[in-house]
Design a protein around this ligand. Structure first.
Ligand code: AMP
Length: 116
């Protein structure tokens, strides 16, 4: 745990989060500033900033994130409708929170919302 990290604090209950799903390796919360009707964040419990930091033997974290995303979209009922998975990396990638996470956007036609 990084004691300065907002996502680490949400994971341990130090600050509130709107949890959708949790397993041994990840948790999924609703984004506090949703950009679509469904806007979730899939977050590994281990504090890692970027994919580039992961060693080969740590790539199971990525699989765990996709597994959690699969469960979360099932819970949200958007499996068939479709959705978008986004991972922002670093300053030019638009990453604001330096703890690896994957956005799940859905619940509407994202192009109609101006989201690409
Ligand atoms: P990124 O720009 O990829 O780092 O995304 C960080 C996301 O975290 C943004 O969409 C924020 O709205 C979201 N966020 C920041 N603080 C919180 C929080 N306390 N609970 C839920 N989402 C948050």
């Amino acid at each position: 745990m990084d004691t300065n990290c907002i996502f680490c604090k949400i994971n341990v209950g130090e600050i509130p989060g709107d949890f959708v799903y949790r397993d041994d390796d990840t948790f999924v919360i609703r984004d506090i500033v949703p950009k679509a009707p469904v806007h979730l964040l899939v977050i590994p419990t281990v504090h890692v900033e970027r994919v580039a930091e992961l060693a080969s033997e740590e790539m199971s974290i990525i699989a765990a994130m996709f597994r959690a995303a699969k469960e979360a979209v099932r819970i949200e009922g958007i499996v068939e409708r479709g959705y978008r998975l986004i991972v922002n990396q670093g300053e030019e990638g638009g990453q604001e929170v330096p703890h690896l996470h994957m956005h799940v956007l859905g619940g509407t036609h994202l192009r109609a919302m101006g989201l690409g």
